[in-house]
Design a protein around this ligand. Structure first.
Ligand code: FES
Length: 325
């Protein structure tokens, strides 16, 4: 086992919505798990019979009690993606007593409780880190406002918790073709010194950043975490060849290049695993198919050059990829 990984056991399972299931993870000997701050996530390492090793990121939701913001157990919420075998594998095979390996908590999305006001924006399953932040702000009597957006008619995980905690300072926004969230109005109404924390799909995060920039918000006042959308369904398996070592490694339809390399014992520099941080891009020497870029880090120019890709999320639609590694 990788030294930094913890062994935990599934102690509780709750079906939150038809697609979202919550897992309560505890240490094997019931001792407290390493502590964490709101916004943190863990990496969950598992092996799917179909896809091989899988690593997925899940935000820590906080305690089961409304006021228990950073307990010594971990709760994660896993949304089943029809075409994503990682989450389907978790739903289908994890039960009470399943032993898992997870990383210690990491936090790329920290909450600064010194903000004059925190504007919390969640899109769909992006509510998970936001709920932990909400609990923390309520408990400490900090000023905040929350908007939880979801598709009209969709079941939203933790909806009742959010409404109860946020009270009049929170609202649920049902998005539809004729009912878009008015981000400009929302941001314009905020007092100076507000920081917006947003977790949701790329389009929502991008739109918030764009509006904030137009309104003159400094970058540091917009903090975000992407909820990575499921695959498009047109992924194909391919082989990666590493120029330096001449190794050839298979990348299955449901895994990433980064995970396939790790499973083969090849360590590649990385951090976020979401295509955000820019640590993992590798130079492409040859590819017999187009690159499917799924990061938010590379510039448009870099994408169209087809000379580099973020191995944590991007892939090719071909059979062979030669990397300068
Ligand atoms: S690990 Fe951060 S962009 Fe790939």
């Amino acid at each position: 086992m990788k030294k930094s990984l913890l062994e935990v056991v599934v102690k509780g399972i709750r079906q939150l919505t038809p697609r979202v299931r919550e897992y309560l993870l505890c240490s094997l000997d019931a001792s407290p798990l390493p502590s964490y701050a709101p916004g943190s996530h863990i990496e969950l390492h598992t092996v799917s019979p179909e896809s091989g090793p899988i690593i997925r990121h899940y935000s820590l939701v906080g305690g089961a009690g409304l006021w228990d913001d950073t307990p010594d157990t971990y709760r994660i919420a896993v949304q089943r993606e029809d075409r994503r075998r990682g989450s389907a594998h978790i739903h289908d095979s994890f039960g009470i007593g399943t032993i898992l390996r997870v990383s210690v908590p990491k936090n790329n999305f920290p909450l600064d409780r010194r903000d004059t006001k925190s504007l919390l924006l969640a899109g769909g399953i992006g509510i998970t880190p936001i709920l932990s932040m909400l609990r923390s702000l309520v408990r400490r009597h900090r000023d905040f406002e929350l908007v939880y957006a979801g598709r009209a008619g969709a079941d939203l995980a933790y909806c009742a918790d959010v409404q109860r905690l946020a009270g009049a300072r929170g609202r649920i926004h049902e998005s539809g073709s004729d009912n878009h969230l008015d981000l400009r109005a929302l941001l314009t109404a905020q007092p100076g010194g507000t920081t917006v924390y947003i977790c949701g799909p790329a389009a929502m995060v991008d739109a918030t950043r764009r509006e904030a920039s137009t309104l003159g918000w400094v970058d540091t006042r917009v903090r975000s975490e992407l909820f990575i959308a499921g695959p498009t369904g047109d992924e194909v398996p391919f082989d990666v060849e590493l120029k330096a070592s001449k190794r050839r490694i298979h990348v299955g339809r449901d895994t990433t290049i980064l995970d396939a390399l790790a499973a083969a014992g090849v360590h590649a520099l990385h951090d976020c695993r979401r295509g955000e941080c820019g640590l993992c891009p590798m130079t492409v020497l040859e590819a017999d198919g187009p690159i499917q870029h799924r990061d938010t880090y590379l510039s448009e120019e870099e994408r169209t050059s087809q000379k580099t890709l973020c191995i944590c999320v991007s892939r090719i639609k071909g059979a062979r990829l030669l990397l300068d590694a």
